[in-house]
Structures are given as C-alpha cells and as structure tokens.
Design a protein around this ligand. Structure first.
Ligand code: MG
Length: 412
C-alpha cells in the first residue's frame, strides 16, 4: 500500500480544534524532537497519550510538559517513578505491554510510532489495526513484519505517513504521480563515522567511535546501525513495503552531508529530490501537519553557503551489513525478520563490548545462514508468526555468540 494522497481523514486546520497526537516512544530521540515540534506549533496539536520504555520519571515529565492525559510505561519496574513524577497532576498512568497498546489504540488523529527496535512492532500494529493514522518512525515494524502489517493497515483503512527522514523525503517528492512512472527510488546514507576508514580500522572500532555520528543525533541502536550501514539496508526493506517498490528499483547513495534525503527517478529521466538540513523536526512537522505545512524554527537551507553536494557509491566490502540486508530484501520470505532480530542481538553485544564492530555483520550472516540451512526462510503470514521467527533468530544469535562467531561472510 502506498501512502494515499487524497487528503485523507485528517482534520484540516481551522475546523475549530487542534489535531490530537499520541506519542509512542516519547522519551527517545524522535519523541523528544516531536515534543519540540508540538511546542513550536503552539496550539496546533494536542497530545493525548504518551508511552515510554523504562524511564518512568522522564515519561512523567514528558506527559506534564505536553499536557497528556495518559502515560503508559512498557516496563512495570518504572511504574512507581512514573506515579511519583505525575503526582497530583491528574494524569492517568499504567505500566506493562498492554498499557502501551492501550495508549496506541486510544482515539487520536495521529499516532507517532517512535518506539526503538522490535519492541515497536506490537503497539504500531495495534494502532494500525484500530484504523489510526500512524506516522511511522519505527522501521523495525516493517522489517520484522512488513507484509502482515501492511495487510492490517489496508484492511483497517489506516494511513501510514513515513516519518523516517529518507522515506519522508520520498513521500514529499512523490506527489500524485502514478507508480507506473517511477523508475527508481534512492535513499541517501551519510556513510556514518567510518565512511573514510580502512577495513582494519573499522574492525577495531569502539562503541564510543561508532556512537559518534557525524550528522544525526539519534538513539544508540540506530546510531550503531548507521555506522555499519545496516540502517540503510533496513530502510530499503521499509521502503519496499511502504511504497510497494520491487527491490530492484530501490537504491542507496552515500551522501556525507545528509542534505539530500531521498530521490525519485521517473521514466522520462527526471529526478526529484527532497532537501533539508539533517533535523528530524522537518520530517516530524511534515507528518504532523500533512497535507498542510507548518512554520517551525528549523535552520533554513542555503545552497550557496553549502556550495557543493557530494555523493559516492556505497562500499559493500567495508560495509558488508548493507549487502546482507539487500540480499535479505531480494530473497524475501522470513529473511528480513531473521536479519533484523540477529542485528538487534549483535548491536547489543557490540555495545556491551562482547564482540567487535566487524563481528556485528558476521553474526547476522551466521544467523541467516543457519536459518536458511534449517529451512526457516518462509515468510511469516501474521505479526504473531513474525515475532515467533524473530524469537527463534534471537535465540540462535545468542547461541552463536556463546559458541563463537564463525569467520567469513556468507552470501544469503
Ligand atoms: Mg533514516
């Protein structure tokens, strides 16, 4: 299902009320940026519910700041801190996975799905099943369970607004052009902190070096994924589902300045790109106000000041994770789900200094290879099946971690 362009059911400005927003992942990087947009567009948006992971105090403060009436924390161990933070404020609180689902399905004009990682699959799917318009920042929802999630969205008449910067850029460039005229979709990659490093230097990279992203300030998971370029591979899988584009028509272009975010090439040779300084508030504002636009105080683009925009082809030798993800997209079935699960375990292990940077892609490769050898490549038919495949892949990744990652990289 492509995002539809018919104006939608979102209430336009001037109908006498603000647009209501639910914010899942309120204490993370996208959540904080969304709070910034809501504040900048004073009165335009009213936040109803917020949900967070485990930091009860931070979630409580966010709920107060945004005037939310309901705050849901995924991890019950933070519930007392949440209660204490909102004491006397009249904010309803709850904790546990069901509380996050409750936040996701409460009536709101837009649900911003910005939970980090695969933890976002169930609440995002619940919001779509309830027919909500979802501004999607959680790419793992479509990587882990793309086909069943898109089926749910279609069946419920739910709208997906792409919030990830590259997909939002493509969404902005597409307009009402029929998909038959699209020749190629290209998402850009900054190249991450190791773009110019040698293979040997990349192998020895520390978590601190990998977390020092040159352009974007993001959460730890996506920052490591940006350093391996796995993030770009996951985004290709996301684009495949969001825009119903075949893998062969999706491409990655390295663009170290992160000014051009996405490009669409048409059958007549035209290319339309979307440009902005790297600031998620641009894309959040676009989703929240869509199909209108709002004035927010982001840095304006001065191309004369920038002078030149630089591009290069991705290097699959030094960044094998990108090739693994592209192979998973091409081969399809359960591989994207398995790749995503293995990658989350690998990134956790790297951040915990259990494995080296180069072993992230090797572990993912080992897990995909083992799953294929066991005939586990069938595409999950439901979200529950996808999460079961995810679970098995995580167990396998942990087992390989315990036994030792095999050297070499297979082609999946
Ligand atoms: Mg992105």
């Amino acid at each position: 299902m492509q995002p539809s362009f018919d104006g939608g059911r979102l209430r336009p400005k001037g109908d006498g009320g603000s647009r209501t927003v639910t914010l899942l992942g309120a204490t993370g990087s996208i959540g904080r940026s969304t709070a910034g947009v809501v504040r900048a567009a004073a009165g335009r948006f009213g936040v109803k519910a917020v949900a967070g992971g485990r930091d009860g105090e931070a979630l409580g403060q966010t709920a107060i700041e945004l005037g939310a009436s309901f705050a849901a924390l995924a991890d019950p161990s933070g519930y007392q801190a949440l209660k204490a933070a909102v004491a006397g404020r009249g904010i309803e609180c709850a904790a546990g996975p069901d509380a996050v689902i409750e936040a996701a399905v409460r009536p709101a004009d837009i649900v911003v799905a910005a939970v980090a990682g695969t933890a976002g699959v169930i609440p995002t799917h619940a919001a779509l099943a309830a027919g909500r318009t979802v501004a999607l920042a959680n790419k793992e929802t479509l990587v882990c369970a793309g086909a069943p999630v898109m089926r749910t969205a279609r069946a419920a008449g739910a709208r997906l607004l792409p919030l990830d910067s590259e997909h939002n850029a493509i969404f902005q460039t597409l307009g009402a052009t029929p998909s038959a005229a699209l020749e190629r979709m290209t998402i850009t990659a900054s190249g991450g902190p190791f773009r110019t490093w040698s293979t040997a230097a990349i192998s020895a990279a520390t978590p601190e070096q990998a977390l020092a992203h040159p352009n974007w300030s993001m959460g730890a998971k996506v920052t490591i994924d940006s350093a391996t370029l796995m993030n770009k591979g996951l985004e290709l899988i996301e684009a495949h589902h969001l825009f119903a584009m075949p893998p062969a028509k999706l491409a990655v272009l390295v663009h170290p300045q992160s000014i051009v975010h996405g490009l669409v090439s048409f059958a007549d040779g035209s290319v339309i790109a979307c440009l902005a300084h790297p600031d998620m508030r641009v894309h959040i504002a676009h989703c929240l106000a869509w199909p209108e636009r709002i004035d927010i105080p982001t840095r304006r683009l001065d191309l004369a000041e920038i002078g030149a925009l630089l591009f290069e082809a991705p290097d699959f030798e030094r960044f094998p994770a990108l090739g693994l993800a592209m192979a998973a997209l091409r081969d399809g079935g359960g591989l994207p789900t398995i790749l995503n699960a293995a990658n989350e375990i690998a990134v956790e292990a790297f951040l915990a200094r259990r494995i080296g940077f180069d072993e992230i892609a090797r572990l993912v490769s080992n897990v995909c290879e083992a799953a294929q050898a066991n005939g586990e490549g069938r595409e999950p038919a439901t979200v529950a099946e996808a999460l079961a495949v995810d679970h098995i892949a995580r167990d396998r990744a942990r087992a390989i971690l315990a036994d030792g990652i095999r050297s070499g990289m297979v082609t999946i």
